[in-house]
Design a protein around this ligand. Structure first.
Ligand SMILES: [Zn+2]
Length: 157
């Protein structure tokens, strides 16, 4: 989810993410899978667009920042503890967000896994580091990977 994201790109990523979720991570799907209706559904991302900034801070508050393009694959369901509320997100968000917490799916090839991680802006190294952090093997995500640290220390300071 790094880098500038446009609405057409979000739609394209969601179209690619949905079959991956259905095939490899069905546990991540919520009650419903549907296509976004014009101006009726919501994403939770910062979108790069050409709309003029409309406040002094220079942030754009155009519809692009709320609504995915019509036809963008969405996932939604009731969630919450004390009170159930409707919650929805694009298929891209559902996949990219969860990749930070889950391991490669069974039966997924290395090539498929690399492609899926790339959709979320991650490399296999990024993912391995997150898993090590979740397991408590490294204290911080800022910790250099052993390889990088070895290279940095190789200067003989
Ligand atoms: Zn806009």
């Amino acid at each position: 989810m790094r880098g500038p994201l446009t609405l057409p790109r979000l739609k394209e990523l969601s179209e690619r993410a949905l079959p991956i979720l259905e095939k490899h991570f069905p546990e991540l799907l919520q009650d419903q899978t549907f296509l976004a209706e014009p101006s009726d559904n919501y994403h939770g991302l910062v979108i790069q667009c050409d709309c003029p900034p409309d406040d002094r801070a220079g942030f754009t508050k155009c519809d692009c920042q709320w609504h995915p393009l019509a036809g963008t694959p969405m996932i939604g369901g009731m969630s919450g503890y004390e009170e159930l509320e409707w919650d929805e997100e694009t298929a891209h968000e559902a996949l990219a967000k969860n990749l930070e917490w889950i391991n490669r799916a069974a039966f997924m090839t290395e090539a498929e896994w690399i492609e899926v991680l790339a959709m979320a802006g991650m490399t296999p190294d990024d993912h391995a580091k997150r898993m090590a952090w979740l397991d408590g093997e490294i204290a911080s995500l800022d910790t250099p990977t052993p390889t990088a640290a070895g290279l940095a220390d190789g200067g003989g300071r």
